[in-house]
Design a protein around this ligand. Structure first.
Ligand code: GAR
Length: 222
C-alpha cells in the first residue's frame, strides 16, 4: 500500500449514488483516497449536495456556458489540475470528452458503465438489454480512452436478468452492484495494484487480459 492517500477528483452529472458510496468508503477508511473536489457540469446535480454534506469542495463547470466541447474541456481541465489528482473518477458524468482532455489524463481516469462492455456502450443500456432478451447484464469499470465506453475494461459484475424485470427494477439491481465494484477498482489504483501501461492493463504487475469479475456476493473492496 502506498504511504499517502491518493488524491482524487470526481466528475458527476446527476444523482450521485456512486459518489456517495465512494465517500462512505473513504470515510470508513476502506479507500486510501482523498477526494479533493467534486465537479459537475450541471449546477443542480443532486451529487453536488451529497458532496457538500460530506464537507467536500464542489465546483460547477456548466457546459451550457461554452460554445464548443473543446472550450468546455479546457475549462474543466483548468479546474481539475490545481488539485493535482492522481485519479479522475467519472461517476455518472454524462459528457463525451475530447481527445485532448482524455490524453491529458491517460491512464489516470476511470469510468463506470452500466453494461457488460463491450456490449451496450452508450445510453439506455437497461432498456436495450431487456428488448434484446438478454439473460445477463451488469456493470463495467474501464480506463477512459477516446473510444466512447471503449477503453480497456478492468472489472465487471454480472447481474441475472429476471423474467419480470422492468427497466427500473433491472437498473436498481445493477446500481446496487456498481457501488462495491467501483470502490474495489479505485482501491486497486490507490494501492498501485492496477495500472494502464502503454495501453495494457497491468494487475499486480502482470497483463490483465480479461476483466476481473466481482462475485455478486462480494460487498466490500478487497
Ligand atoms: C450509473 O448507473 C452509471 O453507471 C451510469 O450513470 C449512473 C449514474 O448514477 N453511467 C453511465 O451511463 C456512463 N456512460 P449515480 O449518479 O447515482 O452514480
Amino acid at each position: 500500500m502506498s504511504q499517502k492517500n491518493l488524491p482524487v477528483v470526481v466528475l458527476v452529472s446527476g444523482r450521485g449514488s456512486n459518489l456517495q458510496s465512494i465517500i462512505d468508503a473513504m470515510q470508513d477508511g476502506r479507500l486510501d483516497i482523498d477526494i479533493q473536489a467534486v465537479i459537475s457540469n450541471r449546477p443542480r446535480a443532486a451529487a453536488l449536495e451529497k458532496a457538500r454534506q460530506a464537507g467536500l469542495d464542489t465546483i460547477t463547470v456548466d457546459h451550457t456556458k461554452f460554445s464548443s466541447r473543446e472550450e468546455f474541456d479546457q475549462a474543466l481541465q483548468e479546474t481539475i489540475d490545481p488539485y493535482q489528482p492522481g485519479l479522475i473518477v467519472l461517476a455518472g458524468f454524462m459528457r463525451i470528452l475530447t481527445p485532448g482532455f482524455v490524453s491529458h489524463y491517460h491512464g489516470h481516469m476511470l469510468n463506470i458503465h452500466p453494461s457488460l462492455l463491450p456490449k451496450y456502450p452508450g445510453l439506455e443500456t437497461h432498456r436495450r438489454v431487456l428488448e434484446n432478451g438478454e439473460k445477463k447484464h451488469g456493470a463495467s469499470i474501464h480506463f477512459v480512452t477516446n473510444e466512447l465506453d471503449g477503453g480497456p475494461v478492468v472489472s465487471q459484475v454480472e447481474v441475472d436478468v429476471l423474467e419480470n424485470d422492468t427497466t427500473d427494477s433491472l437498473a436498481a439491481r445493477v446500481l446496487e452492484r456498481e457501488h462495491p465494484l467501483y470502490c474495489q477498482a479505485i482501491q486497486w489504483i490507490a494501492e498501485e495494484k492496477l495500472k494502464l501501461d502503454n495501453g495494457q492493463v497491468l494487475f499486480n504487475g502482470k497483463p490483465l487480459n480479461q476483466p476481473r469479475i466481482m462475485s455478486t456476493k462480494q460487498q466490500s473492496p478487497t
